[in-house]
Design a protein around this ligand. Structure first.
Ligand SMILES: [Zn+2]
Length: 346
């Protein structure tokens, strides 16, 4: 049976009316609201595929340095877009990948916000030192709920549901070796195999109940953990993580744990590091937009700080690469950063 929620709290209604960019409060992270049956989870405030495409085309028309490329199509024939800022081929290049899992949405919202920033004076000079590739929403079918299986037990209200899987019910982040799905094939054939990429951040969302030092985290990070990764690639991955940790954990709303991930190379964090020598970082933000498993779903009152977390991450890393300060980033924090644990339920 599909859970329907009509119990919108006053705060929830306020969050709805103020939209995405509600200013987060300092305490938002630790005890930020989760779903728990108390809050409306409405998917209609998220950017649809059509809105995203028209935004990207609009930005391309406005921005001198931005170029938009269609790198392939999803199972349901949606174009997959790559946003490119390539000013000097000799500069290092970073790729930001979002929404391999369709129900992990706010990283895409943040990436779109960041694309807008790249067209403003704020980022003046940064593009002289770094090439930036952004692939927003690799899984547009799952994000639109346009899939070949039922989502009737998913919890979100709204005109559609969102799922982790692509239309064929495949987890794209387990398809990086065999590349059977058109989305992963397009990423490898037309992005990873074509551009000379140095760094990649793979942006996801995790459950709502992970904590570090007894406080709920705003996210978690991890470098490649396969034994087959080159030592230099691993070091640069840890430096990428150091830049992100320094930028996020110092914020009132930021609190990061170490993600406890495996060594399988079917996962992008491991497989892409080994196959292409790209230094990778997994970043898992707190909570998902929709799921059949309720404890994974986060109320939209947290959207403001989570979107800001993505924008801050992208901004900090491109700046650290552009001025080469990333090469001196201190990776020793990794030795003491604890793995996050799941808060026991009450
Ligand atoms: Zn994910």
């Amino acid at each position: 049976m599909k859970r329907k929620l009509f119990k919108a709290t006053v705060a929830g209604a306020m969050a709805l009316s103020t939209g995405f960019m509600m200013v987060p409060t300092a305490s938002a992270v630790g005890e930020g609201p989760d779903y728990g049956g108390n809050e409306t989870i409405n998917t209609s405030i998220l950017t649809t595929y059509e809105e995203m495409v028209s935004f990207l085309k609009n930005q391309e028309a406005k921005q001198e340095h931005m170029e938009l490329e269609v790198i392939g199509q999803s199972v349901k024939d949606r174009d997959l877009y790559l946003v490119k800022y390539i000013t000097n081929p000799n500069n290092p290049t970073i790729l930001f990948l979002t929404q391999q899992h369709g129900n992990e949405t706010l990283n895409t919202e943040g990436a779109l916000e960041f694309i807008k920033h790249l067209g403003t004076g704020k980022m003046k000079g940064v593009l002289d030192g770094v090439n930036i590739l952004i692939l927003p929403r690799l899984n547009p079918d799952g994000a639109a709920g346009d899939v070949n299986f039922s989502l009737e037990d998913y919890v979100a209200d709204g005109s559609y549901n969102l799922t982790r899987y692509n239309a064929n019910r495949v987890d794209l982040n387990r398809d990086h070796v065999s590349r059977i799905q058109p989305e992963t094939k397009a990423l490898h054939d037309n992005v990873l195999g074509v551009y000379d990429i140095d760094y990649m951040i793979d942006l996801h969302h995790q459950g709502t109940s992970s904590e570090r030092d007894g406080e709920l985290v705003s996210g978690s990070i991890l470098y490649p953990t396969t034994p087959n990764v080159d030592a230099e690639v691993l070091l640069k991955s840890k430096q990428l993580g150091a830049v992100v940790f320094d930028a996020i954990d110092s914020k009132g709303w930021g609190h990061l744990g170490k993600y406890n991930g495996g060594s399988a190379e079917t996962i992008s964090r491991n497989g892409i590091a080994v196959e292409y020598g790209i230094s990778t970082l997994l970043f898992e933000m707190r909570g998902m937009a929709d799921h059949y498993y309720e404890p994974y779903v986060l109320g939209q009152k947290s959207n403001g700080y989570l979107i800001k977390q993505t924008v801050t991450t992208l901004d900090a890393t491109v700046r650290a690469i552009a001025d080469r300060s990333i090469e001196n980033a201190d990776t020793s924090f990794w030795d003491t950063l604890p793995f996050q644990n799941t808060r026991p339920s009450e």
